[in-house]
Design a protein around this ligand. Structure first.
Ligand SMILES: [Mg+2]
Length: 544
């Protein structure tokens, strides 16, 4: 029997790949109207693997737009995204964390933290003075990375605990893939359950989940880089401890609080939006509370700047220095009341009263004293572990994650370059899946070419976000470990609490029904719910 030509193999592959074989489109049904521009439809103007015309594939290079009109403007960074169905009409009580939830900070704060901790390393921990030559690198790290304390390696891990090859860094230099495999006994899988706890705090591998941890990651990287490039023997375990202690000193000694309080306008962003959110919720009869780890004097100054001197009128309960996540998962510390001078009182707390300020405490007493339990409470915070995990898993409150990175990431996802690259990457992957059974030399060469292009496209889509680590939400194709935790611990997620201004307080968030692997992909399922049909209100427009 005559063996098939490569063009025929393409045809076979594409017919098999096409979800609707009666059409000539090789993409999902949603693209039918846009993609069938001519009887000889193409996948992309620059390539023609999808062409079903009788001419040889290589000569058919049509202008066929792969992307439907408007696809590059589908996402809006002011949208609230739903992992789980939430009806705001059922929410009676709204709770908030303070730092990076009610108060968003300018990124200049990161370079201040970095510089101060770097100088502490030199002055107090006696590290070489030459480390001072390193300046903060604002675009080096992203949130959610893991750090192997013993090996001194920073890396991005996916939802299945695999290191994304190409994203492992020792110091400021990438670790070659072969070396990564050697470090982890011939695999890029990291058994996190053996080496790191539920909150990602080690002992052998730590996950950086805090937005404040970006300067810490960068300081670790540059300090490692200093010793490596100067060929100085050092122990990565000592280095990790010293950097962590230096960063902790910046927080504990109150440097950061002092900088912010001295120049609120410089460091606190979009305070008017915080005011608008609180005013709207309170005026519609919702109960509000604040649970923060920060001290009262700091919170008071920031809230007066953002909301006004009467900010506490909005809140039914105010709790400071709460010691989250312990606040949520043990019942050891009782509440204490602060008087008007900020001094601790010794009376036993039997109720939580509006107008008072409380310190420490625990969630069990909080629920007992307020009666605010279950799904009528929605709590917003930026830290997936300290703010949200226990509330979601143990207490059944609804949770909203503040993820400021969404603002830049949705802009990138909306670019034509990203959409084109990703769509072609997916089409190429589908072709490879179909063609892999053809073992003749000619087919193998074509597949090698496609595999190489796929590898290059993966790098292109990654680098659009961050050249070292890519998006905080995706590895090549899987969700990141961060993404998985975000989906598990939050009902809703958004760039800032001001996104609430876009929605009526009876609005129901319906998550998109993304198909499971064994389910047929139905485009309309995805188009009809989730972020694609967001009814934006006018109120937001008055603020920005
Ligand atoms: Mg916070």
């Amino acid at each position: 029997m005559r063996s098939k030509t490569v063009a025929e193999l393409f045809l076979d592959a594409l017919l098999g790949y096409a979800p609707v074989t009666s059409s000539r489109c090789v993409l999902a049904p949603a693209f039918l109207n846009q993609c069938l521009c001519s009887p000889s439809c193409c996948l992309l103007s620059r390539r023609c693997f999808g062409c079903l015309c009788p001419e040889p594939a290589t000569i058919c290079l049509h202008n066929c737009n792969l992307l439907p009109p408007g696809v590059c403007n589908l996402l809006n960074s002011s949208t609230i995204y739903a992992n789980n169905e939430v009806c705001l009409g059922d929410i009676e009580v709204y709770g908030f964390d303070y730092d990076y939830t009610l108060a968003l900070y300018s990124s200049t704060l990161h370079s201040m933290i970095f510089n101060t901790a770097r100088d502490i390393l030199v002055e107090q921990y006696k590290y070489p003075d030459a480390i001072r030559k390193y300046e903060y690198l604002p675009n080096f790290a992203v949130r959610g990375l893991h750090y192997d304390i013993n090996k001194g390696v920073l890396m991005k891990i996916d939802a299945y605990h695999y290191i994304e090859l190409g994203t492992a860094y020792r110091g400021l230099k990438p670790v070659p893939d072969e070396e990564v495999m050697k470090l982890y006994q011939g695999t890029n899988h990291v058994p996190l359950h053996q080496v790191s706890g539920f909150y990602g705090k080690g002992p052998a591998v730590k996950q950086f989940m805090d937005i404040f941890s970006l300067p810490e990651i960068t300081l670790l990287a540059v300090a490692n880089d200093f010793f490596l490039t100067n060929d100085i023997d050092y122990d990565p375990i000592h280095l990790y401890k010293d950097v962590t202690d230096a960063i902790r000193d910046v927080h504990i000694k109150g440097f950061m609080y002092k900088w912010i309080m001295q120049d609120l306008e410089k460091y606190i962003l979009r305070g008017d939006e915080t005011y608008a959110v609180l005013h709207r919720l309170a005026s519609q009869g919702k109960k509000l509370f604040l649970i923060t780890n920060s001290p009262f004097s700091f919170v008071d100054k920031g809230m007066k700047y953002m909301v006004g001197k009467d900010w506490r009128d909005f809140f039914d309960v105010v709790i400071v220095q709460a010691d989250k996540p312990h606040f949520f998962n043990d019942c050891i510390k009782p509440f204490r009341r602060l008087d008007k001078n900020g001094d601790l009182r010794w009376d036993k707390i039997t109720s939580l009263e509006k107008g008072q300020v409380y310190k420490q405490g625990n969630l069990f007493d909080f629920i007992h004293l307020t009666g605010w339990r279950g799904s009528k409470v929605l709590y917003f915070g930026d830290h997936l572990y300290s703010d949200l995990a226990d509330l979601m898993l143990r207490h059944g409150w609804r949770t909203g994650a503040i993820v400021p990175e969404l603002e830049t990431e949705t802009k990138i996802v909306n670019t034509e370059q990203y959409s084109q690259s990703l769509t072609w990457l997916q089409a190429l992957t589908g072709l490879l899946e179909r063609m892999q059974n053809f073992k003749d030399p000619e087919s193998q060469l074509v597949q090698q070419d496609w595999m190489k292009e796929r590898h290059e496209l993966r790098a292109v889509t990654k680098n659009l976000f961050n050249p070292q680590f890519g998006s905080i939400f995706r590895t090549c194709h899987n969700p990141t470990y961060f993404s998985r935790r975000l989906c598990r611990f939050s009902d809703l997620y958004m760039a800032s609490i001001s996104c609430l201004l876009n929605y009526d307080l009876s609005y129901t968030f319906f998550p998109r029904r993304t198909p499971l692997q064994h389910e047929a992909p139905l485009w309309m399922d995805q188009l009809c719910t989730g972020c694609m049909k967001t009814p934006f209100l006018e109120e937001m427009a008055h603020i920005r």
